[in-house]
Write a protein that binds this ligand. Structure first.
Ligand code: SAM
Length: 231
């Protein structure tokens, strides 16, 4: 009887970015909840992990929580993974974690890959204080969210898709000012990894000329944190 939910971060590209402990937990758990069982299948096959899998994603998580609480409560160790990175970071996880805590079930999160930390550190912007904004709202609340970033003094990290990058950089430039230093990290840990640095204006020009592909993190220097800033 171990009744536990373990959150297991998985690679964001390079399949070797997984801890030995994560592999052990995945092997020893009674069940792996995976966002997309086919995507995770590639990783699990590489490491000969044959633990039973069940899909757990944005479209079924509400319906699954009660059953999963019962399963874990009956003495099962359940591991939660997402397609990439840390579950709960712009990925399903929060609902189940909250329900486990409410039910008195032990929750453990292993440290491991997530896209926001390498992007923050690659940016070279102050990392003593930062805020993670995930994806900006697509429509409702987008303007207000953008405006709230204009006065943010901490380094800001945003997730974005390649086909919305230019629009978002343009809007950030309009609201935060075209001279605001920013960095775009693309395809972290993958073959075509790229970090582009410049003002928001320069990044708009670059990506107009070089249409982006792949996965993207935008990092913005906080307002007023000029080069003299001490960390
Ligand atoms: N749970 C993940 C994490 O811990 O980072 C985030 C999942 S979210 C659905 C996917 C977004 O994360 C992508 O659109 C992109 O913004 C960012 N992302 C994930 N992998 C990335 C990578 N290898 N390079 C750059 N950004 C990445």
């Amino acid at each position: 009887m171990c009744s536990k939910l373990i959150i297991v971060p998985t690679p964001i590209g390079n399949l070797e970015d997984i801890t030995l402990r994560a592999l052990d937990v995945l092997k020893q758990s009674d069940l792996i909840l995976a966002e997309d069982t086919r995507t995770s299948g590639i990783l699990l096959k590489k490491y000969n992990i044959t633990t039973h899998r069940q899909s757990y994603h944005t479209f079924n998580e509400h319906n699954q929580v009660d059953t999963l609480i019962k399963t874990i409560g009956e003495g099962k160790q359940v591991a939660l993974i997402s397609d990439a990175g840390t579950p709960g970071i712009s990925d399903p996880g929060f609902l189940l974690i909250r329900a486990c805590i409410a039910a008195g079930i032990q929750v453990e999160c292993l440290p491991g890959p997530t896209a926001l930390i390498p992007a923050l550190i690659n940016s070279g912007f102050p990392s003593d204080r930062f805020c993670f904004e995930g994806f900006l709202p697509l429509k409702k609340g987008r303007k207000a969210r953008l405006e709230s970033l204009a006065t943010e003094t901490r380094t800001v990290i945003l997730y974005e898709s390649p086909h919305r990058l230019l629009k978002t950089l343009g809007q950030l430039s309009d609201v935060l000012g075209e001279d605001r230093p920013a960095v775009v990290c693309r395809e972290l840990t993958k073959i075509y990894e790229e970090t582009v640095r410049g003002s928001l204006r320069e990044l708009c020009t670059w990506f107009e000329e070089h249409p982006p592909k792949g996965e993207i993190v935008i990092v913005l220097k906080g307002k007023g944190r000029d080069e003299k800033t001490k960390q």
